[in-house]
Design a binder for this molecule. Structure first.
Ligand SMILES: Cc1cc2nc3c(=O)[nH]c(=O)nc-3n(C[C@H](O)[C@H](O)[C@H](O)COP(=O)(O)OP(=O)(O)OC[C@H]3O[C@@H](n4cnc5c(N)ncnc54)[C@H](O)[C@@H]3O)c2cc1C
Length: 296
């Protein structure tokens, strides 16, 4: 153990939420440490076109620009994996074999997509294989679409996608049982229903079809994958933070402070999975931290 310097705030995760908070806190001339392990979800987004002032930008560019902006305001950035956060007189943040101390902590570590094992999935991810209606639903407009998922929520997604984007839609449910209560509605909506296990995405440059375990090939131009995500929250385990009724998302107040005083959480960990929202939450939390730091 080294480092007994006390930061004003340690930010964990350099996605849009963490970076936006870092930029604000840096511009308040606060001592800020940002720890990030790299390779977050935003870097998988290849065409972000719903962020104000950007006609189209890659997630990677947003992160690189954000890092540069934060550094320019003297935010210290370290690459590392945070394994534990504890609270004593100060917050203790553990990364590798180093313990860092801070008055406040802001967590913006996002989530990790649940994907079934399907060959060539990563080849098409972000270009013709999407995971989020708000991010990429628009890109399926008037295209031959296959939706793959494993829950009744996927049926609801299919009906919504039909309403907004395309009439040419097949739903593949990766389950054993057909959703009897929705069969009639899907038929009325003219949405093809297939029950079974997809094993491969077919196509050289362009996506052409989804191959099923029984050899059937379902032609498509675009795919929406709908298997949810898990939160990157293992390092918060010892803090007993309050979560929602499903024991999934963390509960925060209107400035994104969790049930533990001084620990702020933004982004998908509290349920919002958009760059602009994560960034906005980071800004709100940082403005609140500005006030709290003056009071300390
Ligand atoms: C394919 C794809 C396309 C998308 N398209 C859009 C779009 O068009 N528009 C839009 O608004 N949103 C889009 N999104 C969603 C957007 O990426 C998320 O909303 C955004 O990532 C949330 O920001 P964040 O700050 O929480 O985290 P993230 O970008 O997930 O960043 C979290 C960071 O924390 C780091 N981290 C995690 N655990 C640890 C740890 N223990 N220690 C240290 N660091 C850690 C990660 O490595 C990562 O760098 C898309 C997502 C995907 C996957």
């Amino acid at each position: 153990m080294t480092e007994e310097f006390i930061y004003d705030c340690i930010i964990i995760g350099a996605g849009p939420g963490g970076l936006q908070a870092a930029i604000y806190l840096g511009r308040y001339n606060r001592r800020v440490l940002l720890i990030d392990r790299g390779g977050g979800r935003t870097t998988h987004a290849r065409h972000i076109e719903n962020f104000l002032t950007q006609k189209a930008i890659t997630g990677r560019e947003i992160i690189e620009l954000g890092m540069e902006q934060a550094r320019n305001f003297h935010v210290e950035i370290k690459k590392g994996v945070v394994t534990k956060v504890a609270k004593g007189a100060n917050f203790e943040v553990y990364a590798g074999d180093v313990r860092y101390l801070a008055r406040f902590v802001l967590v913006s570590t996002g989530a990790t997509e649940n994907f079934p094992s399907i060959e060539s999935l990563h080849k098409f991810l972000g270009t013709t294989l999407f995971t989020c209606i708000d991010c990429d639903g628009y890109r399926t407009t008037n295209k031959k679409l296959v939706i793959i998922g494993n829950s009744i929520k996927t049926v609801h997604l299919a009906i919504a996608m039909k309403e907004m984007y395309t009439r040419d839609l097949t739903l593949i449910l990766y389950t054993d049982k057909a959703p009897e209560e929705y069969k009639e509605e899907l038929k009325e909506e003219n949405i093809g229903l297939i029950i079974g296990r997809p094993v491969r995405f077919i196509g050289d440059e362009k996506l052409e079809a989804v191959e099923m375990h029984d050899g059937r090939k379902i032609p498509c131009e675009v795919v929406m994958s709908h298997f949810g995500y898990k939160l990157n929250d293992s390092f918060l385990g010892g803090l007993n933070l309050k979560r929602d009724r499903d024991n999934f998302k963390f509960i925060t107040n209107s400035t994104f402070e969790s049930s533990l005083s001084g620990l702020y959480i933004v982004g998908p960990l509290i349920g919002n999975d958009q760059v602009v929202i994560a960034a906005g939450e980071g800004a709100v939390a940082a403005i609140e931290l500005k006030k709290r730091l003056i009071e300390v």
